[in-house]
Unconditional design. Structure first.
Length: 444
């Protein structure tokens, strides 16, 4: 590898790591706010909170990696163009392919990483996240009862413990059990201890009473006991562990188990599998769009905002098109080939546009010879004014692009999260989800 390619690759990879890390931190902060109530209500520690939310990081990375690769290549090459580095390389006789090769290597690397994420790491980590969250909601919270606090283990069970010894024995236990609406019970005991049976928390109560109201007669039934056992897990009807498409492997998506997936949802699961196969390829398309925006067109000493802005809008349009095609393909599997075309066709078209033999270099030199030093027309005053305009344009371009990219990135992830929530609710139209996501944009 030549020295210039190592230099460009180093700039690209350093920028990729920096921007991706910042975007992941931002999205992690926003998404982790949904679990603050879980931590507060369950009394979990900071370590458990970090462990739970860190399992979502691979899914964040798989979504934002194509976008951050596009931004790094676009602004990296734009910076080199502004510093005249690309001009020097082109004057040395380098072809567009030679100039674009470091960016293509970076894009191919992130594409391979994207396949590793979507096909293996994301399903494994998201499955672990769902299991961990299920354990917290249904099992772990039972062991985190605090003295003198009414702990709501689920929406139909509340437990109060007056005092708890160091060995785990509880004194003054109160349990409100509403898991059976027709037999709501209030249980009071002098003491109790926690045990685990079949991976489910149970509490053994001693010297207490169980009070129920007979709905037929309206009488209060009181049962006293010396020893009684109560299951503290949630009711199976209210909270049961269900696997969704995001945590299934590729064979499970294409061949779902009829016992767990209804036949009407097979199309959605198949589309999720095709999405995992096509989404990493969008990295190549986004990268080629960035290269076309920088390496094609006439050179301008004042910089230009039109081509980078057009590239950003093109990527946003492709992302919107991909989401629309995924939604349509879930209803009609014959549209699945359009997912491949939307992922691959922009890369092919941009490659043909950029690498086909043309007289672009001659046209640029002709334009440069016709107006070699435009900023010297007004003397020193012209240089000062032109430099100020150039810096202000560059700063405005960078600020607008970063705001648009971050807003689009967070809005996209919010929209995907909304789609994931309503995936099991076929009665909710996509237009309603789009309206809700649009209402979130000013807040983001």
């Amino acid at each position: 590898m030549l020295l210039r390619e190592r230099y460009i690759l180093r700039q690209l990879f350093l920028g990729l790591v920096g921007i991706t890390s910042g975007a992941i931190a931002l999205i992690w902060l926003m998404q982790s706010l949904r679990f603050v109530s879980l931590v507060v209500d369950r009394g979990l520690s900071l370590r458990v909170f970090i462990q739970l939310t860190s399992l979502m990081v691979p899914s964040f990375l798989a979504v934002i990696l194509p976008i951050t690769t596009f931004l790094v290549i676009l602004f990296g090459y734009q910076r080199m163009s502004g510093d005249r580095e690309l001009t020097v390389m082109q004057a040395a006789g380098l072809s567009p392919f030679q100039l674009a090769r470091p960016a293509m290597i970076c894009a191919l690397t992130t594409t391979v990483l994207g396949y590793i994420l979507t096909l293996w790491l994301v399903p494994v980590s998201y499955h672990a996240f769902k299991r961990y969250e299920f354990d917290i909601r249904n099992r772990m919270a039972a062991f985190l009862l605090q003295d003198g606090v009414f702990a709501q283990l689920s929406k139909d069970m509340t437990v109060y413990v007056r005092k708890r010894d160091r060995d785990g024995e509880m004194h003054g236990v109160f349990v409100e059990d509403d898991r059976l609406p027709e037999a709501r019970a209030t249980i009071i005991a002098e003491r109790g201890s926690m045990i685990v049976v079949d991976n489910q928390p149970r509490v053994i109560l001693f010297n207490g009473s169980r009070q129920e109201i007979d709905h037929h007669t309206g009488r209060l039934n009181v049962l006293t006991f010396e020893r009684n056992s109560i299951d503290l897990s949630s009711s199976k009807q209210a909270e049961r562990e269900v696997r969704d498409a995001s945590e299934m492997s590729l064979p499970e998506l294409f061949h779902p188990d009829p016992r767990y997936v209804s036949e009407r949802d097979w199309g959605k699961f198949a589309v999720e599998g095709w999405r995992r196969l096509t989404s990493p390829l969008t990295t190549l398309s986004f990268s080629m769009i960035a290269l076309v925006a920088v390496l094609s067109g006439a050179f301008s000493r004042h910089g230009t905002i039109k081509r980078p802005l057009a590239a950003i809008l093109s990527v946003v349009g492709l992302m919107a098109l991909s989401l629309m095609l995924q939604n349509l393909a879930g209803r009609n599997l014959s549209l699945v080939p359009l997912l491949w075309l939307a992922a691959v066709l922009p890369a092919i078209g941009c490659s043909l546009w950029l690498f086909m033999p043309r007289s672009l270099v001659a046209a640029r030199r002709k334009n440069h010879a016709r107006n070699p030093l435009p900023f010297l027309r007004g003397g020193s005053a012209g240089v000062s004014v032109t430099l100020s305009i150039y810096i202000s344009r560059l700063f405005t371009l960078f600020a607008l692009a970063m705001i648009a990219a971050l807003t689009g990135l967070v809005s996209l992830f919010d929209f995907i999260d909304l789609l994931r929530r309503v995936a099991t609710k076929p009665d909710v139209p996509t237009s309603l989800v789009t309206e809700i996501a649009g209402l979130h944009v000013p807040f983001l």
